[in-house]
Structures are given as C-alpha cells and as structure tokens.
Design a protein around this ligand. Sequence first.
Ligand SMILES: *[C@@H]1O[C@H](CO)[C@@H](O)[C@H](O)[C@H]1NC(C)=O
Ligand SMILES: *[C@@H]1O[C@H](CO)[C@@H](O)[C@H](O)[C@H]1NC(C)=O
Length: 216
Amino acid sequence: MANVSTIPSFRSGLLVVSLLFSTCFLASVAGPDENPGAFGRTLDRKLMGLKKEKLSHFRFYWHDVQSGKNPSSIMVVPPVNNSQTNFGQVNMIDNPLTLGPEIGSKMVGRAQGFYALADQGQTGLLMAQNLAFMEGKYNGSTITVLGRNPIFNQVREMPIVGGSGVFRFARGYVQAHTHTLDIKTKDATVEYNVLEMSRVRLLFLHVGALIVFVYQ
Ligand SMILES: *[C@@H]1O[C@H](CO)[C@@H](O)[C@H](O)[C@H]1NC(C)=O
Ligand SMILES: *[C@@H]1O[C@H](CO)[C@@H](O)[C@H](O)[C@H]1NC(C)=O
C-alpha cells in the first residue's frame, strides 16, 4: 500500500486512467455475454497481470538431514526387498533451505513434500515438493516442484509446476547439483538454482475518481 504515496508523481509503471475509461475497462472484464451465475468464465489476461511476466533467479542450498536427533528427512516407506536401487522407498521431507552451503547459514525457506525412489536401474527419485519461502516479500509464497531426480548426475533438472502468493502462475525449472553427500549418514546438501517466471502483479486502487494500476 506504500505505493499509494507515489500516485502524484506518475512514476513509470504507474498508469492512471479516468474513471470513465476504467468503468468501461472493468465492464469488459466480465464481458456482456458472461452470465454471472455461470460455472466458468473467461477473464481478461491484463487484469490478472499475465500480459507482463518477469523472470527471477534464486539460488539456495537444500539440506536433506537423515541423521541425528532432529532429521528433516524421514523414511516412511522402506524399499522393496532385494532392490539394488532402494526402489520403493519414500521419505517425507521438511528440509531447510539456506542461503549458503552451511546448514547454519541464513534460512530462506523449507522444502516440504516427499521423494520416492522410482527407478529400478539407477538411484532415481520422484520429487514432489513445495518450496515454502520465508524471506522478505517471498514470505508465505510457494513454488511447487515435481520431477525426476537421478541423484548421481551432475545436474538434475525438475519442472516448476506452479506457485502461490507472489509466485502465482509460476512456471520454470530448478537445477539441482549435489554440493556434499555423506555416504554413511546419507545426509546431503544440494545447490538449487531456480529459474522462475511469473506474472507481474497488477494492483488496482480506487483513489477518488481515479483508478490506479500499479505493476509490482
Ligand atoms: C522382506 O525381507 C524381510 C526380511 O528378510 C522379510 O521378513 C519380509 O517378509 C520380506 N518382505 C517381502 C515383501 O518379501
Ligand atoms: C513470515 O510471516 C510469518 C507469518 O505471516 C511471520 O510470523 C514471520 O515473522 C515472517 N518471517 C519473516 C522472516 O518475515
């Protein structure tokens, strides 16, 4: 809401239109052929901020802690018998995401979900996780990642299938690269690079006779 104070300065990214025009604009959102009681309707892409998109890059470290008193990754289903690749194992995770590779460095979020060993030929995971961020304006927003993770490859790529909060309509991919792996404890630290594209948020505020659109 701090953006309201920038209204008189007509900063770039700020669009002020007359009430007359905006009334027409808003009317066009629902469209004359739309039945208000209908189950589905089309919306204006502009109003949802989908005409403009921004690309963001995030880098952090993902810690799979299986050892010690407070593991963040816990096996909830054991692998099937005699599998060389631990096929069938499922771990639930609530893994910390930190800025630096040390687990004690600043935490920016948590990776919550599970991974399942889904490959009978090599160690390959199905990962289903929500990256729940806590940092700054990302606090409370999530990115959902669903993909295949053959953990002994140098770089594994997994799709972003959606997001919430500032990441609504997100798409993109993450690249995971193992930083350290302790063979004994199975604890792992993995570098995550996230390339995420989502809409620019379009707020519209009523100020007297004006409607103000603000791109964030
Ligand atoms: C797996 O192996 C264990 C111990 O060797 C045995 O008790 C169990 O019945 C086996 N499970 C299956 C599904 O074969
Ligand atoms: C994130 O949001 C929660 C609840 O909305 C709040 O309790 C917490 O302090 C916030 N964390 C940061 C780092 O802003």
